[in-house]
Design a protein. Structure first.
Length: 217
């Protein structure tokens, strides 16, 4: 079992490129969390090969980008053996003129029967000038599998904002609370308590700069 955490909090002028390759053998378990809170330009490449039977893979990611920053997450999951499971959830909060890219592929080889794979990318736009490019992909060459993928790009829910404001919460506080909840889902998936506690603080600091909902209007 391997838990891998990558926390990127570099200078707003920094260029960050990382590549991680993982090969899993029979009955192994791999979990990763990729957290992007800094850098001007970030490119993350993560590829996992499930080479042995009955492997389990969990891949989570969170990016909070504002200003003119750019973050690019490229993931690849290669289901090469039967009875493997994978679950992938990447989220991005994008403000100002920032851009987030997600390009994820799940490949199920012939013979990799009983594969169970899920891939989801969710994006929250906090500015009318922010940009999201998302491309979840499935390539399946086995017939006895359960595979799903999907992506969403949206703004804060107006009904939820209305509810919070009806409870005497001002507009900016309400929007920040909903944004925090959107991001916190990823942080809560981290099993190591000291890392989780650190990221709660780092996330709160990063979200102090996000726009109020009024910037979308």
């Amino acid at each position: 079992m391997v838990d891998y955490y990558r926390i990127q909090q570099e200078s707003p002028l920094a260029y960050h490129v990382s590549s991680v390759g993982v090969r899993q053998e029979e009955l192994s378990s791999f979990s990763s969390a990729s957290i992007n809170l800094g850098g001007a330009l970030t490119r993350n490449n993560l590829s996992v090969e499930l080479a042995g039977e009955a492997c389990t893979t969990v891949m989570n990611g969170l990016s909070i980008v504002d200003g003119d920053r750019h973050v690019d997450n490229q993931t690849a999951l290669d289901h090469a053996s039967p009875r493997c499971e994978s679950e992938e959830l990447y989220k991005a909060i994008v403000d100002d003129r920032a851009r987030s890219v997600f390009n994820g592929k799940i490949y199920v080889r012939p013979g990799a029967q009983k594969t169970d794979a899920k891939q989801t990318n969710r994006n929250l736009l906090l500015s009318k000038n922010a940009t999201v490019d998302t491309k979840p992909q499935l390539e399946i060459f086995a017939d006895d599998v359960k595979c799903t993928h999907g992506a969403t790009v949206g703004q804060l829910d107006e009904n939820q904002l209305f509810y919070l404001r009806s409870r005497a919460m001002d507009e900016q506080t309400a929007s920040q609370l909903l944004t925090y909840g959107f991001a916190n889902d990823i942080i809560e998936r981290i099993s190591l308590e000291p890392v989780r506690a650190y990221l709660h603080r780092a996330q709160t600091s990063a979200l102090r700069t996000v726009a109020a909902i009024g910037d979308l209007q």
